[in-house]
Design a binder for this molecule. Sequence first.
Ligand code: ATP
Length: 289
Amino acid sequence: MLNVNHICKVIDEKPVLQDISFSIAKGSIVGLVGENGAGKTTLLRCLVGILELDKGEITFNNKNIMTEPEVKKSIIYIPDSHHNFNSYSVKEISSLYEAIYPNFDMTYFHSLLERFNLPANKQLRNFSKGMKALFFIILAISAKVELIILDEPTNGLDAIVKRNVLQLLLEEVSEQNISLLISSHHLNELEKITDTVLLMKNGKINSTFNMDEVDKEYKKIQVVFKGDFPSKLKSLTNLQITNHTGRVYTVVLKGKANETLSLLKEENPLVIEELPMSLEDIFITEIGG
Ligand SMILES: Nc1ncnc2c1ncn2[C@@H]1O[C@H](COP(=O)(O)OP(=O)(O)OP(=O)(O)O)[C@@H](O)[C@H]1O
């Protein structure tokens, strides 16, 4: 559906995106994660043609988004800040989106406003930060497009609304067979809903994870030795200590995990236990921290 082929973007002589390629299939939920300044927002802005590419191409349903811009009616991008809309009313904004997106469903839009207790007769400046975030997610869903791109969508939402909104997005994906691309620093939320996660570092896609196969690639182990952590294990390139409190160490093994696990066991640890691997563990292992 969406294909990104070797795209590059330079801003102020700085290479912000460097040779990025990936694709998003119909019906999938893809997460985009990376440290601050990695280039996530720039990438999202390129995907919808707000920023021009310096190299590479982006196609949606085999149509180039730059040379065949009508294809952008099938994609909606919700940025992480909505200040530009403050002086407009709910009615004005929904009418604007209805004019842009041919399948915009106004009846559904109003039913979602009601479901989430948002007023339909106010200006956006009267909404709290969380209400605005919720409003734009509802707007995106009501546009009935094929791909929704969300930048930090759950910032400012309280725990209950957040859970309901994520549930709503999941329902839309399974019932309408749409796709989602979500950039977020909330790794615990992303790991619950995504099929694939793209990890960005310094303007590049550092790695791509299929969330169902993470356990094959990594192992997270908690281990306690009688004395210090053996120095010969510390020098292993596929072993990273991610945490330690006293003599209790948490390590992540990447690749050849079973072989390295045997090396740990050979050092006769007092305790050795495998823990579930989270997206945050992957992030720390790959980005370093
Ligand atoms: N308009 C701009 N002018 C100058 N530099 C820019 C501009 N937009 C982005 N950059 C630079 O590009 C890099 C990537 O920024 P971007 O906002 O895409 O990162 P990000 O991964 O979304 O970060 P964060 O997680 O903090 O939101 C940063 O170094 C940033 O300073």
